[in-house]
Design a protein around this ligand. Structure first.
Ligand SMILES: [Zn+2]
Length: 206
């Protein structure tokens, strides 16, 4: 299911000239009126990583299988910075089925090992930004493999916060109560919203 050029142009016309926040609001309104198949189609048509997965945007592919694709990041933190992403569109890691999550981290781990040799990395970071608060700017799940070097000035450190013992215990107890099922082979939840698709161009995706 693909939206026609006409449908896309109609949507674009409604958004043009609006400031980014209002564009987002308007987009939500438009999406709310579309049937779910069209929302999914639109999301994929607009998502740069779905386009890369489909070969519509060129990229320096370093690995590909039936579920995931890995490319060099065009704005790397260091030489050899790799992005691994699912070929199916998911916005957040925890909405992915477990078998795809397993695959993406298996591939990330192998590529992480490879960059030690290929670019002479002294270490690697593997990470995911889930949500805007975590610095996610792409509408698609991305697992980053960042080769690290002594004094490379890549900022992934934080100041530890003081959390009261009681609060720590509460959080631990609540987490322990959560029923965790491993091995889900279906998407965990339906993604309801498209966020930030029209304003993502400038800031770097961490
Ligand atoms: Zn996508």
């Amino acid at each position: 299911m693909v939206l026609t050029q006409e449908q896309l142009e109609m949507i674009q016309k409604q958004l043009v000239g609006l400031p980014p926040e209002e564009q987002q609001k308007k987009m939500q309104e438009i999406l709310a009126q579309l049937p779910p198949e069209d929302v999914e189609a639109l999301r994929q048509q607009q998502c740069p990583f779905c386009m890369i997965a489909a070969g519509k945007i060129p990229a320096k592919t370093v690995y590909e299988d039936d579920m995931v694709k890995a490319v060099l990041d065009i704005n790397p933190a260091n030489k050899g910075h790799i992005l691994i992403f699912p070929k199916t569109h998911y916005q957040l890691l925890f909405t992915m089925p477990d078998n795809e999550v397993a695959r993406i981290f298996q591939v990330a781990n192998k590529l992480s090992k490879a960059v030690f040799e290929i670019v002479g990395a002294q270490g690697t970071n593997i990470f995911v930004a889930n949500g805007q608060a975590a610095g996610q700017n792409a509408p698609h799940v991305l697992v980053h493999v960042i080769p690290r070097f002594e004094d490379d000035k890549v900022g992934l450190v934080w100041q530890p916060k003081k959390i009261e013992e009681k609060e720590m215990e509460e959080v631990a107890a609540k987490l322990k109560e959560i029923k965790i099922t491993i091995g889900e082979e279906k998407p965990v939840v339906e993604e309801a919203e498209v966020e930030k698709e029209e304003t993502e161009e400038e800031q770097r995706i961490p």
